[in-house]
Design a protein around this ligand. Structure first.
Ligand code: MG
Length: 256
């Protein structure tokens, strides 16, 4: 199943993505819901971020290829940082290039959407707490990341967390092809089989630190091939079994 969150005729709803239609869901996909017989045309709905996270837990240096291009040693535990929930934007929305940054990079990543509150879960139990998977772009002001020596500013700007277009369930997360396209040209490609710390391990590890809530997102790290974007660019993150998250880059307007 592919869950989407959308607005249709002023009403925000969840639905199931079908061929050219969205089948309307009544209720809450994180607790109890029913799939109705009603559909709306995809073209008449505006796609929203598929979840509303309380927090985004991101993992740095989780592909060997990316650690190598950054000249960093492989971590012996997951390297975690947080992105604020206010950075979230959806499929089709614009990433706003901040006035205070000189270099803003894409990082295509597999996003894990938590389905149930979890704390201190074992890796073997982690799948029960995952609702599904989505595409994520861990947008990063690379110059500010280097300057600050930590990630809050560099990865925390509004619009720096594009997510979507859907939450795909019934997906095995351990061997999915992932690719990123800048203006239609492929810039990143990899597979989640190269993750240093795989998905279930991450859920278990993070749940020993902080309580994960329904809708929370884990951004699992990016493969090699990161690079800068400019205002006017189109950026796409495509993951096997999920779909393609498309965004544009816009100049900041009227900011100081
Ligand atoms: Mg990243």
């Amino acid at each position: 199943m592919k869950f989407v969150r959308c607005v249709h005729q002023g009403i925000t709803m969840y639905g199931l993505l079908e061929q050219d239609a969205i089948r309307i869901i009544s209720g809450d996909i994180f607790s109890t819901y029913t799939v109705t017989a009603a559909t709306v045309a995809s073209a008449e709905a505006v796609i929203l971020p598929p979840c509303v996270p309380s927090k985004i837990i991101a993992v740095g240096l989780n592909y060997r290829s990316h650690a190598a291009e950054m000249n960093m040693a492989l971590p012996d535990e997951p390297l975690l940082f947080l992105k604020p929930a206010t950075a979230v934007i959806g499929h089709g929305d614009a990433i706003v290039y901040p006035a205070m940054a000189q270099r803003v990079d894409y990082e295509g990543e597999l996003g894990v959407v938590i389905g149930k509150t979890c704390r201190h879960v074992a890796a073997a139990e982690a799948a029960r707490y995952i609702l599904g998977y989505t595409c994520f772009n861990d947008v990063t002001a690379r110059d500010l990341q280097k300057k600050d020596g930590q990630f809050t500013r560099a990865k925390g700007f509004d619009t720096f967390a594009p997510v979507g277009p859907c939450i795909a369930t019934d997906l095995a997360p351990d061997n999915l092809a992932i690719a990123t396209f800048l203006n239609g040209r492929q810039r990143q490609h990899g597979t989640t089989s190269d993750l240093i710390f795989p998905v279930y391990h991450l859920v278990a590890f993070i749940s020993r630190i902080m309580t994960l809530l329904p809708g929370d997102l884990i951004a699992t790290g990016t493969p090699s091939g990161i690079g800068p974007m400019q205002a006017g660019d189109r950026i796409e993150v495509r993951i096997e079994g999920i779909g393609t998250l498309k965004n544009t880059v816009a100049e900041a307007a009227g900011t100081a």
